[in-house]
Design a protein around this ligand. Structure first.
Ligand SMILES: Nc1ncnc2c1ncn2[C@@H]1O[C@H](COP(=O)(O)OP(=O)(O)OP(=O)(O)O)[C@@H](O)[C@H]1O
Ligand SMILES: [Mg+2]
Length: 219
């Protein structure tokens, strides 16, 4: 369904992403974790088509929805931000309810807090159909409840549309419980890849072991 073969992204002399081979099956929810600068956003930018790979081949369906790491809102209230003038208002309200934003539905989006804005950006995406959902740190501004709501909404959407979901995260909770698969990036390379429980309990390399140990302390 999604396939990367010998994909590299370079900026000048520097290679920031170097993936020999990666296959994500249809319907999978895959999380990508790794330190700041490890290449998570770069990977999603390549998959979304916002940027081109320097080398290699990427195969991905055309129907993609992409939530960038920096969320934004349009002028107008929350409902308008979801319908963008032509969408289904009732469906927009259902999404706002699911993300616990319905009390703010008529408020200007510019007045939202960071966590609220992030949940609104997700609502805007989930009001549309796609085959692949790309979410760059969709819970980075959320509290524990927000994180739970986001993951619940993503799972429901995935079931309803049978789509594939790729998300990046720094959250140990999402990595451990929210996804079917966990891929850990280290300086642009895949360091670990598998069922989250297996990756977390039995890291294969010394680097993965120390990365995961630091993560567990943080939770
Ligand atoms: N346009 C660019 N020009 C030069 N270097 C870049 C550019 N975009 C990204 N990089 C570099 O590529 C590396 C990977 O960046 P990327 O944004 O993919 O990291 P990330 O894993 O998403 O990090 P974070 O957890 O902070 O979001 C970083 O070291 C960054 O400085
Ligand atoms: Mg990033």
């Amino acid at each position: 369904m999604i396939e990367l073969q010998k994909v590299k992204k370079c900026y000048g002399e520097r290679t920031v992403l170097d993936i020999e081979s990666l296959h994500i099956g249809a319907g999978e929810i895959a999380a990508f974790a790794g330190a700041n600068g490890s290449g998570k956003t770069t990977l999603l930018r390549l998959l979304s088509g916002v940027e081109k790979a320097s080398e290699g081949k990427i195969t991905i369906p055309a129907e993609i929805l992409y939530m960038p790491q920096q969320c934004y809102a349009f002028r107008g209230n929350l409902i308008k931000n979801i319908t963008l003038g032509s969408g289904d208002k009732a469906a927009a309200m259902r999404l706002l309810e699911a993300l616990e934003l319905s009390a703010l539905a008529e408020k200007p989006a510019s007045s939202l807090s960071g966590g609220e804005l992030q949940r609104l950006a997700l609502c805007r995406l989930l009001a549309r159909e796609c085959k692949v959902l790309l979410l760059d740190e969709p819970t980075s501004a959320c509290d524990a409840r927000g994180e739970q709501l986001v993951m619940q909404a993503v799972r429901e959407y995935q079931k309803a549309h049978s789509c594939t979901v790729l998300m990046t995260t720094h959250s140990p909770v999402i990595a451990a419980q929210g996804c079917d698969r966990l891929v850990i990036l280290n300086s642009g390379n895949i360091e670990a890849d598998g069922v989250p429980r297996e990756v977390l309990m039995h890291p294969e390399t010394a680097w993965a072991k120390s990365f995961i140990a630091r993560w567990k302390i943080e939770c």
